[in-house]
Structure formats: structure tokens, C-alpha cells
Design a protein around this ligand. Structure first.
Ligand SMILES: [Zn+2]
Length: 431
């Protein structure tokens, strides 16, 4: 028996919080039901009578009924925080499904659960930033639609993945909606942390935070075996190598190309034999990230271009044809801009994954030099890391680890990736 929270790996505390909130939300809907649809018919696109709002307006404050526990309450705005791969968006979607569940529990089987998890529920909108940031126009349109009455009679839900990529203006547009939320609207934000760099203090102050932790490797391996049918030994290796990132662990277990890319990254420390080799390694790392990104966006890009051309072509003989032709060039340009921005993001993500793998290697060397009783991240390069530990000592291993982390920080701060990676490779070579 699996409900919507089953895929939230190693997050028991968060699941308890979300189950309580969903139960509380369902109780609120039941309390308001006589005013909304006395006959029990769904509110099918009708206007919600004002009479139904009074009970729900109380949602702006944490609700302390039906249970006495204040933590059980439902509220309008939530932030899911945690490291990449911990399941922020999985948690947000599962919670959305539980809110739309006809049983109010997130049973996993009813139409409300199904359509929410499949991304087809009419009252659940998912914002996945494709570029480097979410713009203000997108956010205004979203906030406007989120204010409408839920057609399914339950909740209007907006999930914002990577809310840390909101522009300041978009954040302000969102803040206005969160400050005066429509009675049936729920915002679910996902961000790495509640640090002011990730989410503004004012938005943070209006939201309840659900912290997710990095799931332990054992829990990740277990879900790979149970849900994806991966062999236990492969699952264990992949879970450790992915450092708690569930999606990455699955990819490593299943995709030979992902394994090859990882092997190439972990071969870097061995290859740094001189200045020339350091620059070669930098080029190879950048080009591999570009190739991986290009492959990952190519299919979507092509599908979008085809869809747009079909849409533009379809209006070709109608009365608005001339106007459509004028608009077409602009729309194609917009699409190209969006795709370019997405490609840049994909490159940075691919490069960051490589840097995280590399950091894991030097972390292994450091823990071995310190003889710390912890398991290595990369079991398959443990011998190489051990050799590094002997050669560099703890200080040298730490300096190299710091060089990788500085490279990540520099790229995040918009230093050109090639320059940051070259500086890192030279630091790794020199120690
Ligand atoms: Zn359900």
C-alpha cells in the first residue's frame, strides 16, 4: 500500500508534518462544505459563494483546530528546503496531491492524487524555471490565475521549484499574493535553504518551513531496489556515489553514459601531471558539461519548436493571418531566448554535478589522511584517494577540496565557468 508520500525518501519528520497539515486542510474543507456545495456536487467552475470564505479566511493564521496541536495546522504558504536531490519538489508535489486527494489523505489512488502527481490537475500549477531566473511577468500571470476559484472545489495550488531563482521583482509579485492570500490558494516554494540569498526575509516570514535532510545512503539504496527494481549491490554503490541525491543515484544506476561521465571526472586527479595537463583537464570538463547539457535539452527544444510552428501554421488561412505572421517572428525569437537560457542553466547544472563528484574524491582523501571513521563517497576510487592521502597529507587534501568548492562558489557568483575551472585545475595540480 503506497500513498503519495512513499517516494519521499528518508524524510520521516517532514512526512508527519505534511500528513497533519493535509488532514487539517481536509477538515477545513468539510467545515466549509455546506456553504460551498450544499448538494455535494463539485463546484464545477462556478463562482464560490462568499459565504464559504469565512472559515477559510482563518487560514492566514496557523489553524489550531481540529487538533489541539498547533503544528497540525494548515497554512497558505510553505517553503520546502534541503540540499539538491533531497526531494524538495517531490515533497511539494506529494503535499499538493494530498491536498487535492478526495479522501484528504494523499491515498495515491484517487483521481485527485493521480492527476496531481501526473501534472494534469487543473488546480495545480507547477513553475519550473528553465533559465537562470523566474521573471516578473511569469509570476504576475501565475499569481493572477492562482487567485481564481479552484475548479475541483478543493485548493488552487502553485508549486514553485527553485524559488531561489526568482528575480527580485518576481519575488515582490509573489510576496503580495502571499501577504493577502485568496482563501483557497496555497503556495508551495522549494529552495536550497531559508538563507536570505535563497529566499527573501519577507517571503520567509510568511511561510511555514519544511526542512528536508540529505537522505542517508541506505534509504536511497532501499528505494532504488524497491521502486526501480535495481540490483541491491548496484543500488548501494549508486546511492553512496550520488551523495544522497536520489535522482542522481537512479541515473548512475541505470544510465551507462552517466557512469562514463562520472568516471571521466574522477580520472581528473590522476591526470594532473603538469600545467598543460591542467588546462587540458579544464577544457575536457567544460566540454563534457556542454555536451551533456546539449543532449539533455535537444529533445525538448525540438518539440517546442515543432509545437510553435504548428500553432503558427494553423492560423495561416484565417482572418488574423497577417497579424499572426507579424507575431510569429517575435514568438520564435522569444522561444530561442528561453531555450538559450535553459541551455546555459543545463550546462551549469552539469558542470556543478561534476564538481560535486570531484569534491567527493578530495573529501575521501581528506578523511583517509585524518583516519576518520567514515565511509568513502566514491568506493570505486577509494584506493586512488588513499594514495592521494599519503602523498598530500590532510593539509594538502583540504586545500584541494577547498579549490573545488571555491570553483563552485565562483561559478555561482557568475565568474565565467572556463576561467573558474582552469584556476581550480591549476590549484589541484600545484596543491
Ligand atoms: Zn487520493
Amino acid at each position: 500500500m503506497t500513498d503519495v508520500f512513499a517516494d519521499l525518501v528518508g524524510q520521516d519528520e517532514a512526512v508527519v508534518t505534511l500528513r497533519r497539515a493535509a488532514a487539517s486542510a481536509a477538515a477545513l474543507l468539510r467545515a466549509a462544505a455546506p456553504a460551498v456545495s450544499r448538494t455535494g456536487a463539485p463546484a464545477g467552475g462556478g463562482v464560490d459563494p462568499d459565504g464559504g470564505h469565512d472559515d477559510l479566511d482563518a487560514l492566514a493564521e496557523p489553524v489550531d483546530r481540529p487538533a489541539a496541536d498547533p503544528g497540525a495546522g494548515m497554512t497558505h504558504a510553505w517553503i520546502f528546503t534541503g540540499p539538491p536531490g533531497s526531494g524538495r519538489s517531490v515533497a511539494a508535489r506529494a503535499f499538493a496531491a494530498a491536498l487535492q486527494c478526495v479522501h484528504g489523505t494523499g491515498c495515491g489512488h484517487c483521481p485527485g492524487c493521480h492527476t496531481t502527481l501526473a501534472g494534469t490537475h487543473a488546480d495545480v500549477r507547477l513553475v519550473v524555471p528553465e533559465g537562470l531566473s523566474i521573471g516578473v511577468n511569469e509570476m504576475r500571470a501565475l499569481v493572477l490565475r492562482a487567485a481564481s476559484t479552484p475548479s475541483g472545489g478543493r485548493w488552487q495550488i502553485v508549486i514553485i521549484e527553485d524559488a531561489d531563482r526568482l528575480t527580485e521583482a518576481a519575488g515582490n509579485a509573489l510576496l503580495k499574493a502571499i501577504e493577502e492570500p485568496p482563501p483557497r490558494t496555497v503556495f508551495l516554494l522549494c529552495a536550497p535553504s531559508t538563507h536570505p540569498d535563497d529566499i527573501s526575509v519577507t517571503i520567509r516570514s510568511r511561510c511555514r518551513v519544511v526542512p528536508l535532510r540529505q537522505p542517508p545512503a541506505g534509504a536511497v539504496a532501499e528505494v532504488l531496489v524497491r521502486r526501480d527494481g535495481i540490483a541491491p549491490d548496484v543500488a548501494e554503490w549508486a546511492a553512496a556515489a550520488a551523495q544522497g541525491h536520489v535522482g542522481r543515484a537512479r541515473r548512475l544506476a541505470r544510465d551507462p553514459e552517466a557512469r562514463q561521465r562520472r568516471d571521466a571526472v574522477l580520472a581528473v586527479p590522476r591526470r594532473l601531471t603538469g600545467v598543460g595537463a591542467a588546462f587540458d583537464a579544464a577544457s575536457a570538463l567544460i566540454e563534457a558539461a556542454e555536451a551533456e547539457a546539449a543532449a539533455s535539452v535537444a529533445e525538448v527544444d525540438e518539440a517546442e519548436r515543432a509545437a510553435l510552428q504548428t500553432a503558427l501554421g494553423a492560423g495561416g488561412t484565417g482572418r488574423g493571418a497577417a497579424g499572426a505572421m507579424r507575431g510569429a517572428a517575435g514568438q520564435l525569437k522569444d522561444l530561442e531566448k528561453r531555450q538559450k537560457s535553459r541551455a546555459t542553466r543545463a550546462q551549469r547544472d552539469a558542470l556543478d554535478r561534476a564538481l560535486v563528484d570531484l569534491a567527493g574524491f578530495y573529501r575521501d582523501a581528506l578523511t583517509m589522511a585524518l583516519r576518520a571513521p567514515v565511509a568513502p563517497v566514491h568506493t570505486d576510487t577509494a584506493a586512488l584517494a588513499g594514495a592521494g592521502a599519503q602523498k598530500w597529507d590532510a593539509d594538502g587534501a583540504l586545500r584541494r577540496l577547498e579549490a573545488v568548492l571555491e570553483c563552485r562558489a565562483a561559478i555561482e557568483a557568475n565568474v565565467k565557468p572556463r576561467i573558474a575551472v582552469e584556476a581550480m585545475m591549476l590549484a589541484l595540480w600545484k596543491g
